[in-house]
Ligand binder design. Structure first.
Ligand SMILES: CCCCCCCCCCCCCCCC(=O)SCCNC(=O)CCNC(=O)[C@H](O)C(C)(C)COP(=O)(O)OP(=O)(O)OC[C@H]1O[C@@H](n2cnc3c(N)ncnc32)[C@H](O)[C@@H]1OP(=O)(O)O
Length: 158
């Protein structure tokens, strides 16, 4: 049977503290800094799923919902939602966690397409994804639609 891993096997949760050097001129967490953190998280998820080197092929649906500010705790959660032949979709959700009560406020969601690469830097086959529960199956179905849109965009030169 082909190698397979569950969503939980590669899920990553990281916590960052927003510091003054992360802020833009308007006093919010700079979007580019957040994107770097998201990319690293997606990369770690993909590396854990494949146990190979990975690269970012595309990022879409990157949605800045709210800002984050100096001293806030930013929690980034990444998980695989779909696997193709050599690529995977990784959903990355970002929250600000209240230090007092632990409540999380969503501030960002993004979908990364990560590609596994072999020692010659060529795309390599990734392990299958073992889905558990209705939520993971629904994520997979939605990811298939996003994949179709990406293929269409690529064909049309975007
Ligand atoms: C001690 C331990 C230390 C550990 C330490 C940890 C460090 C902390 C971790 C950080 C982890 C790094 C994470 C950062 C990773 C980067 O920053 S990578 C740098 C930025 N990215 C790049 O340079 C990628 C450049 N692009 C490329 O090389 C090529 O376009 C690609 C992505 C390989 C695709 O090449 P291609 O010729 O189109 O290949 P092709 O076989 O047609 O497609 C391969 C797959 O990609 C998909 N694809 C191709 N183009 C696209 C697209 N535009 N959109 C979506 N999917 C696409 C295809 O659909 C296909 O998927 P499958 O059907 O096989 O599933």
């Amino acid at each position: 049977m082909a190698e397979q891993r569950s969503v939980e096997d590669s899920k990553v949760e990281t916590v960052r503290l927003v510091r003054p050097n992360h802020l833009n001129a308007a006093g919010r967490l700079f979007g580019g800094i957040l994107m770097q953190w998201l990319d690293e998280t997606a990369g770690l998820v993909a590396m854990r799923h494949t146990r190979m080197n990975v690269i970012t092929a595309s990022v879409d649906n990157l949605r800045f919902i709210h800002g984050a500010y100096n001293g806030e705790m930013v929690v980034i959660v990444g998980k695989v939602t779909y696997v193709g032949n050599t690529s995977m979709e990784v959903r990355v959700d970002t929250y600000v966690e209240n230090e007092k009560d632990g409540l999380r406020r969503p501030i960002n969601r993004a979908y990364f397409t990560m590609v596994a690469i072999d020692e010659n830097d060529r795309p390599a086959r990734v392990p299958r994804l073992f889905l558990q529960g209705e939520e993971e199956k629904a994520e997979w179905d939605a990811a298939e639609k996003r994949r179709e849109m990406r293929i269409k965009r690529k064909e049309e030169g975007f």
